[in-house]
Write a protein that binds this ligand. Structure first.
Ligand code: A3P
Length: 337
């Protein structure tokens, strides 16, 4: 199979310079960074080893500079397409269960009328209020819940200095590639050519997808979870799928909000899992017809919700190539997919 060649450099003029107001300092920085075509739109720039959508870089720098973590904060870290939407829902339902009972009869639960993304905001998303603002989660009673796609090395220093708990969710890279391929084609502008699976696969293997390389991202959090297990909780999408009750209870323990014997007897664990299941969330009106403030349709975050769908898409050659890269990159770490 011949795979498409990716250009090693791009012209110096980038659309985004016209689209957003950037300080001269940030323009100067971005103009020095390696650039590639993005899989959705615009470009990616490689900043300190990781590929970021260019539009996000100012916001990431602002987040690193201004975000003040609280010791009670909870931060969900993922690479895109690892199941972020799902774990955001689980974290919200779990941690806020005293305020919002995850009972099937509770029709007022926020997850029934909101996509989980605004309930657990990304640290590094561009806010409408301006570059230097952090997501306003002060309206939340502690703990505040945030999410991020930033690699460990790029988290704000205040997160590293605080007792803030980090939950890291990762997923088999073969399923991520397939999920990413579908996702990019759903959100790409209709005027742009559809991405082929080969193209997305090749970009992913080269680490040139948003927040990639995948393996460096995962390894950073994996190593930290081994060194500081009281601070970083590491879990795989596949494990959550296989034994959701076990890992939800582990997560609750880790976050200091274990299920009480009364809650166990009342079936609260099952209620959280049912509320956050693919079947429940993907069939809600808000997730079928709603949109995020960015204009992205909520439905693009729900496709199959299964482990192992890669078997239906990847060729034997692709599987061999991706497995080989994963084995090489994770060698000696104790982490396997
Ligand atoms: P698939 O495309 O394989 O179906 P992210 O939220 O990080 O963008 O990841 C999206 C992936 O998570 C998609 O995978 C999506 O279907 C899956 N997903 C979304 N909600 C889920 C849920 N409640 N349970 C399991 N998987 C879910």
């Amino acid at each position: 199979m011949s795979l498409p060649q990716i250009p090693s450099s791009l012209p110096q003029q980038y659309d985004y310079f016209q689209q957003i107001e950037l300080s001269q300092e940030i323009r100067d920085l971005i103009s020095t960074l390696p650039a590639e075509e993005g899989l959705i739109s615009g470009h990616l720039h490689q900043y300190q080893g990781f590929w970021y959508p260019t539009m996000r870089i100012p916001r990431i720098l602002a987040t690193q500079k201004h975000f003040q973590a609280h010791d009670t904060d909870i931060l969900l870290a993922t690479t895109p397409k690892s199941g972020t939407t799902w774990l955001k829902a689980i974290l919200f339902a779990l941690v806020k269960r005293v305020h919002y009972h995850p009972h099937p009869q509770n029709i007022d639960h926020p997850l029934l009328t909101n996509n989980s993304h605004p309930l657990v905001p990304f640290l590094e998303n561009k806010q409408q209020s301006g570059e230097n603002q952090i997501p306003d989660a002060n309206s939340y009673a502690p703990p505040r819940l945030f999410s991020t796609h930033l690699p460990l090395a790029h988290l704000p220093q205040s997160v590293k200095d605080s007792a803030c708990k980090v939950v890291y969710l990762c997923r088999n890279p073969k399923d991520i590639v397939v999920s990413l391929w579908h996702f990019t084609n759903r959100v790409r502008h209709k005027s742009l050519e559809t991405n082929s699976l080969e193209k997305v696969f090749q970009y992913f293997c080269r680490g040139m997808n948003g927040y990639g390389p995948f393996w460096d991202h995962v390894l950073g959090y994996w190593k930290e979870s081994l060194e500081r297990p009281e601070t970083v909780f590491f879990v795989k999408y596949e494990e959550m799928k296989e034994k959701p009750g076990l890992h939800l209870r582990r997560l609750a323990e880790f976050l200091g909000c274990p299920f009480s014997p009364e809650e166990e007897a009342q079936g609260v664990v099952d209620n959280v899992l049912k509320l956050c299941s693919f079947e429940t969330l993907s069939n809600l009106d808000v997730n079928k017809n709603g949109r995020l403030s960015t204009g992205v349709e909520n439905s693009v975050y729900f496709r199959q919700g299964k482990a192992g769908d890669w078997k239906n898409y990847l060729t034997a050659e692709m599987v061999e190539q991706l497995d080989r890269i994963t084995e090489e990159k994770l060698q000696g770490s104790g982490l396997k997919f």
